[in-house]
Design a protein around this ligand. Structure first.
Ligand SMILES: [Fe+2]
Ligand SMILES: [Fe+2]
Length: 305
């Protein structure tokens, strides 16, 4: 069986400028993937695509995302996927599963997914050798993208990737393509459209319902399988696409003291979540024993997904 799907959406490149990334040589994929414009074939990324078409792609992606991510939708998804009754596998098995997932329509996709995970992890390991939990966090941060696979429900892109944001309170203006929220039913619900909405000042992000995607799913998987990773790791996994928070400082009024501390780690992590598929390749077999030892330290041998 051939599995074909997008694991990184090339169209997120355009959003990069809106988020304040000015480096001409880089573009953002999946609200966190920064890759250089030159791919492993020596061509510019996405040569086949006109800039205007890309813009259209980003817009239509976010339009769907902003219309469909409602408080009720997220509640249902969290309930549905919180059952973790789909697959039983180890963390490493999931890395390999994600690795097999390729977008055959993507001309740049020459490198396996695991390279992005390991390049991010190895770069952090080099600069923060003593924070082994952060190395493992980097390795697993995108594993929630298995939601795109048929065995995980084959969710559409808008329910898996892209920037995330809170539901149940007003959508902040800094959220990319904010204008499309006028088509979201929550936008008109007086219970959900005020600054605090259903929340109270400094209630803590843990109590805030985030838009559904690979971030929140992987957080659920890690937590429910009783990982011993520190709270900063769970925070990084859960909020790594929450750009309005970590780039634009929005929603600070919902954060508690622990969130403020954890945000420091998220900012560090996000600098590393940019290692491209076309940079130095990591020798998987060479580093695998190290990551297996971390997995063993922080996770059970088999997890419920
Ligand atoms: Fe991600
Ligand atoms: Fe990533």
């Amino acid at each position: 069986m051939t599995v074909t799907l997008l694991v990184e959406n090339p169209e997120f490149g355009v959003a990069a400028e809106e988020k304040g990334f000015n480096e001409e040589s880089e573009l953002v994929l999946d609200g966190g993937f920064l890759v250089p414009y030159a791919n492993s074939f020596g061509h510019g990324f996405r040569d086949y695509d006109a800039e205007s078409e890309r813009q259209e792609g980003v817009e239509s992606f976010y339009k769907l995302n902003h219309i469909n991510q409602t408080f009720d939708f997220v509640k249902n998804m969290r309930k549905e996927y919180g059952q973790l009754n789909r697959v039983e596998m180890s963390i490493w098995e999931c890395c390999e599963l994600l690795n097999d997932v390729v977008d055959e329509s993507d001309p740049d996709l020459d490198e396996p997914q695991i390279q992005h995970l390991l390049q991010t992890a190895e770069a952090i390991r080099k600069d923060y050798p003593n924070e082994d939990w952060l190395h493992l966090t980097a390795l697993i941060h995108d594993l929630g993208k298995v939601l795109l696979l048929p065995s995980f429900g084959g969710l559409p892109q808008w329910a898996v990737v892209g920037d995330t944001y809170p539901l149940g309170c007003a959508f902040d203006k800094s959220i990319v393509h904010h204008k499309y929220f006028v088509e979201n039913p929550d936008y008109y619900n007086p219970a959900y459209n005020t600054k605090y909405g259903v929340y109270s000042p400094n209630c803590g992000l843990d109590n805030v319902m985030m838009s559904w995607g690979h971030d929140d799913y992987m957080y659920l998987v890690a937590k429910e399988n009783k990982t011993t990773l520190p709270s900063a790791a769970l925070f990084v996994i859960r909020y790594h696409s929450f750009y309005s928070l970590h780039r634009s400082d929005a929603y600070k009024h919902l954060m508690n003291e622990e969130d403020v501390e954890n945000l420091k780690w998220l900012r560090i992590f996000n600098k590393y979540d940019l290692y491209s598929k076309s940079k130095v390749r990591v020798n998987v077999e060479k580093v695998k024993p190290y990551y297996l030892s971390l997995i063993e330290k922080y996770f059970p041998a088999k997890l419920q997904w």
